[in-house]
Design a binder for this molecule. Structure first.
Ligand SMILES: N[C@@H](CCC(=O)N[C@@H](CSS)C(=O)NCC(=O)O)C(=O)O
Length: 225
């Protein structure tokens, strides 16, 4: 299983926010979060991390094992067939295709998944300005079976970026707000370095130390299976 960055030495962490470089020693909250053991999911929680080698994007399939209700986070258009087949093979009912933000460089697979798996609804933050069946506000919960994800606003990469937090499992999906040993770019449209800095510190680094963070990309092959 892949997790976000797992620092193995006391190296200097550099978070670069469009020209502003913020150095933090690994004794900080950042690495204390990363150096914990693998997530221990409850028995009725299904987790699968999927990867698109082309765009280096992570997609996450989550489900309630008992009710079979599932959600997929950040599905990639080109791999919608793969994702739909996996859902069918596992005999899940895909309730929502959930997006962390409206990507600038690749298109979500939500629309195609809706066609491949009728009943599935597309979900994104209202602040993204994107079209979807369901628009989320900060503090909303996305429910599937007995599980729920809290919607936390983490703008800065885009205005509508959110992080999804599953408290019960001690995990969060950070989208492009927090990547592996870095963060999403802020030089695109809607990018703002200070906003992203505040988002990461207020809404992600504030999570308890035992949390595991799952990003939307791994461009440099930092994580390994
Ligand atoms: N550096 C990437 C290029 C793709 C890219 O810009 N990705 C965005 C997120 S998708 S909008 C980003 O924020 N990347 C972070 C970064 O450090 O580049 C690549 O290597 O392909």
């Amino acid at each position: 299983m892949l997790r976000t960055t797992v620092g193995r030495s006391n190296a200097l962490i550099k978070l670069t926010f469009s020209g502003e470089t913020l150095n933090k020693w690994t004794t900080s909250l950042f690495l204390r979060k990363m150096m914990t053991r693998a997530p221990q999911f409850t028995s009725n929680f299904f987790f699968r991390q999927l990867f698109d080698r082309e765009s280096c994007t992570y997609t996450y399939l989550l489900a309630d094992v008992q009710s079979k209700e599932a959600v997929i986070i950040d599905p990639v258009l080109e791999l919608a067939e793969r994702d739909a087949q996996l859902v069918k093979d596992l005999e899940f009912n895909l309730k929502y295709a959930v997006n962390t933000h409206m990507h600038a460089d690749h298109i979500t697979g939500s629309g195609l998944l809706k066609k491949l798996l009728p009943g599935c609804k597309s979900v994104i933050a209202k602040a993204s300005g994107a079209q979807a069946d369901i628009h989320l506000e900060p503090g909303d919960d996305v429910k599937f079976g007995s599980h729920q994800m809290e919607v936390r606003p983490t703008p800065g990469h885009t205005n509508g970026c959110v992080t999804y937090v599953i408290h019960e499992q001690g995990i969060a999906f950070t989208g492009d707000a927090l990547l592996i040993r870095g963060c999403g770019r802020t030089d695109f449209q809607e990018g703002d370095a200070k906003t992203l800095y505040n988002s990461v510190y207020q809404h992600i680094f504030s999570l308890p130390d035992h949390f595991h963070l799952f990003p939307a990309h791994d461009y440099k092959g930092n994580a390994s299976e």
